[in-house]
Design a binder for this molecule. Structure first.
Ligand code: ES4
Ligand code: ZN
Length: 337
């Protein structure tokens, strides 16, 4: 769009990006070879990086995507793999004009493969440190729990010594909830969120992506989150729209993800105009860029601009809301504003 240079130069924060979703097909094949991981031989998508990328263009749902997402991450074994993954993301983020990134990771998906939490964390911490010194990008880590697994598994993970240490040291700033949304309502995970609140952790949850607006309400009522990831089905409940606006809850919207996972048929269908008119705060995010057409943050901004033709003032307001809704220090917010 004609605002491309303006959008690139805006100081952007990203709040909804899964580091495991930065695994490109070519890196996936390289790491599978290095780590001697057998990829599925019964799925022709795994013939080559290009056949896999082609399959990624044809996701039919969140669960269809998640099937490939979990196979993909099975090639991540040592700390250098996790560092390379995060570094690849930060390189794209820097090119796109990202100044601050709050990124998710899924420890249960690694622990279940006997990859320790400390290995994952060490790789991500190394990449974050390098992104800060080389690109000036600040970042925070958000530990996500998988809602397709029993809540007891999530709670046991939350209580691991290594996980606890990452919280109390500030290496991990908060928790999230991701993976298959239906039929796993937020209240199933109340114990984890109560424990996180007691530990002073920030809290967010995926809700209202494929699931109903009632899951957004449940995340606010039962999990006491200050952000909602996706939240696009908020539009179905006008009273809840008012509440989200009044409580200044930030929605982390992922436009290209929503189209490619068929939550909406086009970006124009997203309730962006309604959010702006009703005072609902939101940020724009890339979700799983390597799985969604290699569309990193700026491509998502441009897709929204192409669909809605927002003004420069509206874009500045969106970025300002993103800075204010970030989980960084007040000092870092001042620097970005
Ligand atoms: C995800 Cl798009 C999305 N939704 C839910 N869980 C996820 N994990 C990674 N990407
Ligand atoms: Zn997500």
């Amino acid at each position: 769009s004609d605002l491309h240079a303006f959008l690139q130069a805006l100081p952007k924060c990203e709040h909804h990006m899964h580091l495991e979703g930065a695994l490109t097909p070519s890196v996936l094949f390289q790491l599978a070879a290095k780590n001697k991981i057998q990829l599925p031989s019964d799925d022709p998508a795994f013939t080559s990086p290009s056949t896999l990328a082609e399959r990624y263009n044809q996701f039919t749902s969140l669960d269809d995507f998640l099937h490939y997402y979990y196979i993909g991450m099975s090639v991540l074994m040592d700390a250098s793999d996790f560092e390379a993954l995060a570094w690849d993301y930060f390189t794209h983020a820097s090119a796109d004009g990202v100044v601050h990134a709050e990124v998710f990771f899924d420890p249960q998906a690694h622990l279940s493969r006997d990859v320790s939490y400390d290995v994952v964390l060490a790789g991500f911490m190394a990449a974050r440190s390098r992104a800060n010194s080389e690109f000036g990008i600040s970042s925070e880590l958000i530990c996500c729990f998988l809602r397709h697994l029993p809540a007891a598994d999530g709670l046991a993970t939350f209580k691991l010594d290594a996980v606890h240490a990452s919280f109390s040291s500030g290496q991990v700033v908060g928790i999230g909830l991701d993976s298959s949304e239906s039929p796993f309502p937020p209240e199933l995970f109340k114990d984890i969120y109560d424990a996180a609140k007691a530990s002073g952790l920030k809290r967010t949850a995926h809700a209202g992506e494929e699931g109903p607006a009632a899951y957004i309400k449940g995340a606010l009522d039962d999990l006491d989150v200050s952000r909602i990831d996706h939240g696009i089905r908020l539009a179905e409940d006008p009273a809840l729209v008012k509440r989200v606006a009044e409580q200044q809850i930030l929605l982390s919207v992922c436009p290209i993800s929503n189209v490619l996972l068929r939550c909406v048929s086009s970006v124009a269908e997203l309730p962006i105009r309604m959010f702006l008119d009703q005072g609902v705060r939101f940020s724009i995010n890339s979700d799983d860029p390597a799985y969604f057409g290699n569309n990193y943050l700026l491509a998502n901004y441009c897709a929204v601009q192409d669909a809605f033709g927002l003004s420069k003032d509206e874009w500045s307001g969106i970025c300002e809301a993103g800075i204010n809704g970030s989980w960084c220090s007040e000092q870092r917010k001042e620097e970005m504003l």
